[in-house]
Design a binder for this molecule. Structure first.
Ligand code: ADP
Ligand code: ZN
Length: 432
């Protein structure tokens, strides 16, 4: 049931003792990088390190801007010839950041991600179709190595080319897929076009879904359409990529591997820790990395620690589904709104299709939100009255939830742009 029994179920005391040990080891390694070398001198942190986990909170945060300003080698802590691979973020919010890995780092990452996929139920004998981009992006190669490690047969399909994906699934009896959730919904329409039923005409049983925020409703929709279990997978390239945090079979929050990452949740405004269970920004420190350790990295991702123990027996704490990034937040008519709130509502309403986009405009001095939502085929082709009542229902439900009244336009299935990468949910035309 566990990939690494002794680590996954380690008692909290030993786990924390291990973290302190690894943290001090990490300080020693990080000191060799130009960036941390200077920083540690400035704050008077020497290679003796610290004597309690609590003291980590006195060390300054590292931000994406720090990585950008010290791009590309400023945080590299080993000679360049020790590096065997580099990866980069997908650059969703600006210039991509680069991370360098030694052979040890790749092994450690592979192992912790193998722990995740094993936890979700992938085994030797499974056929794993990896539908993530195999470039600098970490979702491709990361999962590839981990799946091989547990002994699955890996189909390195890469992203896109929907018809070929479906063909591969059918020809080789794919049982497990790794897919971006918005693309999973897009792909379901291609299944429909081809008259193939993913529930009956494939052997699919598990999906790993991640890389972008998605709601519980969206997961349920994917599970229903494909007749599978879908497991939430969270990671970011700065922290290796996938493998940071992953759902277990109880699907109630994602275990975050605390032997690899020291976890903090802070209030993004005051930068102080929030109390256990409260929502805030996730801050992570690598504990196992030697090529490019990163200390107290502000992920900008909003989540919370789920209090209490998980029934699966793992002692590593769980984080809640990511609500979005601090910079995803829209301020419309003074109200703070996250795209996932809109997604959640839309997915609850029968008749709404698989894709949507939010457009923000300025009318005079006023903000206006326009939600364009695809509707299901029957509805689009059917009765205009029914469509109008759906449109009104969407407006009403959104208004109750986000407290402003959006304009809603219903469009036909497949008419909004979709990508094989992370979905683009918001177009903000207010910035002249
Ligand atoms: P980029 O910042 O350019 O998108 P990455 O490719 O490293 O770079 O993506 C990491 C980010 O993707 C995370 O910080 C988070 O915002 C988002 N993300 C990854 N997995 C999930 C997930 N399961 N749920 C929500 N958001 C996720
Ligand atoms: Zn669990």
């Amino acid at each position: 049931m566990y990939w690494e029994n002794d680590v996954e179920t380690k008692d909290r005391g030993s786990l924390e003792a291990f973290q302190l040990l690894r943290f001090n080891e990490t300080v020693k390694i990080a000191q060799k990088s130009p960036y941390y070398h200077t920083l540690f001198i400035d704050i008077g942190l020497d290679s003796d390190g610290i004597d309690s986990l609590e003291s980590i909170k006195n060390i300054p945060f590292t931000t994406k801007d720090d990585l950008r300003e010290n791009w590309p080698y400023g945080l590299l802590a080993v000679p360049k010839d020790e590096v065997i691979r580099m990866h980069a973020s997908s650059g969703t919010t600006g210039r991509a950041t680069v991370v360098f890995h030694t052979a040890h780092d790749i092994q450690a990452w592979t192992n912790v991600l193998a722990r995740c996929v094993y936890m979700a139920g992938m085994r030797k004998g499974d056929v794993f179709q990896n539908m993530m981009s195999y470039g600098l992006f970490t979702g491709g190669l990361g999962f590839h190595y981990a799946a091989e490690k547990v002994g699955a047969l890996v189909i390195p399909a890469g992203a896109g080319n929907s018809k070929r994906q479906i063909q591969l699934m059918r020809d080789f009896d794919t049982t497990v897929i790794h897919i971006i959730p918005s693309y999973a919904l897009h792909l379901s329409r291609v299944f429909e076009e081809l008259n193939v039923d993913p529930r009956n005409d494939t052997k699919l049983r598990i999906a790993f879904i991640g890389a972008e925020p998605h709601s519980e409703k969206m997961r349920k929709k994917i599970e229903e359409i494909y007749g599978i279990k879908a497991f939430n997978s969270y990671g970011l390239s700065e922290m290796n990529g996938p493998g940071v945090s992953f759902e277990c079979p109880y699907q109630n929050g994602m275990h975050i591997w605390e032997d690899h990452y020291f976890v903090e949740i802070i209030d993004p405004h005051t930068l102080k820790p929030v109390s256990e269970g409260e929502e805030g920004e996730l801050v992570l420190t690598t504990l196992m990395r030697e090529g490019m350790p990163i200390i107290r990295y502000r992920t900008k991702d909003l989540t919370r620690i789920i209090p209490g123990q998980c029934a699966c027996g793992r002692t590593h704490r769980r984080i809640d589904r990511i609500k979005g990034r601090t910079d995803d937040m829209m301020i419309v008519k003074g109200v703070n709104i996250f795209p996932i709130q809109i997604e959640k509502k839309l997915m609850e309403i029968p008749g709404v299709g698989t894709n949507f986009v939010i457009i923000l405009e300025r009318e005079g001095y006023d903000d206006m939100m326009i939600v364009k939502a695809e509707v299901q085929n029957e509805l689009f082709a059917g009765d205009a009255k029914q469509r109008e009542s759906l449109r009104k229902r969407i407006i009403d439900e959104l208004r109750t939830d986000i407290l402003i009244t959006p304009k809603v336009e219903l469009v036909g299935p497949g008419s909004l742009p979709s990508t094989e990468g992370k979905a683009l949910r918001v177009i903000d035309n207010r910035k002249e």
